[in-house]
Design a protein around this ligand. Structure first.
Ligand code: NI
Length: 169
């Protein structure tokens, strides 16, 4: 396992549309494990492959709270098969936008189909935090960040702050 460097916005690599994985093989499983290790070390609750510079439709999530056993989700080629008409708003952050948080409105419930680490098709119906997290991570696969759901003014304020932080490094 390896901890991978996380790309910080603004960066063109966070804007690409990622490619589907043909089959979930050993290489993909290694990527999933490396991404989990990277996410736990950060620490964070979700990470998408484009955030570590790999333009593949791969993401990991673990919403287990501190001091409980980990419960990682390894997700490849996720597809949104249904989303509710009702929406809800949650505060979101992102490992690629360190220390930036904002309320984001999204469909409250979603159903997502994906391949697991054994290349087996799975479906998950999610609400609450898992629903928001799935949608946030799937956005990364299409080059969208949570700030892209905000007003231009709010988005520009956050990106401006991050640019200053990056220049100061
Ligand atoms: Ni993110």
């Amino acid at each position: 396992m390896a901890i991978l460097p996380i790309i910080i916005a603004p960066d063109p690599r966070l804007k690409f549309t990622a490619s589907p994985v043909r089959t979930v093989d050993k290489e993909t499983r290694t990527l999933l494990d490396d991404m989990l290790e990277t996410m736990y070390a950060a620490p964070g609750i979700g990470l998408a492959a484009p955030q570590v510079g790999i333009s593949k439709r791969v993401l990991v999530i673990d919403l287990a709270i501190k001091d409980t056993p980990p419960s990682p989700l390894r997700i490849v080629n996720p597809e949104l098969v249904w989303s509710s008409a009702d929406s809800s708003s949650n505060e979101e952050g992102c490992l690629s936008l360190p220390e930036q948080f904002a309320e984001v409105e999204r469909p409250e419930n979603v159903r997502v189909r994906y391949l697991d680490e054994h290349n087996v098709s799975q479906e998950v119906e999610a609400s609450g935090m898992l629903s928001a997290c799935l949608q946030h991570e799937m956005d990364h696969l299409d080059g969208r960040l949570f700030v892209d759901h905000l007003s231009r003014l709010k988005r520009n304020m956050i990106i401006h702050k991050l640019t200053k932080i990056k220049l100061a490094r």
